[in-house]
Design a protein around this ligand. Structure first.
Ligand SMILES: [Ca+2]
Length: 175
């Protein structure tokens, strides 16, 4: 085949082949990540639901480990129950998953505290950019009002009244 004929054949081939076959996208498994970088929950509500999303594809089954990890200012076991769960998706499923972190309602007045959250061990998909997040526990306890101690002058006045009363009674008996 002469060079001119070859070029013509290639041009015809490119024209005939549908454009969508030129760059066929591979089915994507998607990425797994937290729905937000931060979450906040009043301590009194006790059980925030944390959302993990699958975005950018849903090809094949997937799973990921979601857990509370060390590093936040809240204390595991005292302020919250340490949690590790496995979240799973079926092939074609791209709906969100949630897991719950149990907060300890302690009745103690304290600053707001944080719990670090992390995704790890992805299977069938990859971790997205938001693979960590921070949960803030907003303290709801209030300090009991301090009972005021009577001023010294009030004590002195009360004592004076007692003394005057005692003297009066003594005089009555003497009469
Ligand atoms: Ca508290």
């Amino acid at each position: 085949m002469r060079r001119g004929h070859l070029a013509s054949a290639l041009a015809i081939l490119l024209f005939v082949v549908p454009p969508q076959l030129h760059a066929q996208p591979l089915p994507a498994a998607g990425t797994l990540q937290f729905s937000a970088p931060t979450y906040a929950i009043p301590e009194a509500l006790g059980a925030p639901k944390i959302t993990v999303t699958r975005v950018g594809g849903s090809d094949g089954a997937a799973s990921v480990t979601a857990a509370t990890i060390a590093g936040g200012s809240a204390t595991a076991g005292t302020d919250y129950t340490p949690t590790t769960v496995t979240l799973t998706w079926a092939d074609g499923d791209s709906t969100s998953r949630t897991f719950t972190v149990l907060i300890v309602v302690d009745g103690v007045v304290e600053p707001d505290e944080t719990v670090n959250l992390a995704l790890s061990a992805p299977s069938g998909a990859t971790l997205g950019a938001q693979a960590t997040a921070v949960l803030t526990i907003i303290d709801h306890d209030v300090a009991a009002p301090v009972t005021s101690i009577p001023a010294l002058s009030e004590w002195a006045a009360a004592l004076l009244v007692l003394m005057i009363g005692a003297v009066g009674i003594h005089r009555l008996w003497a009469c």
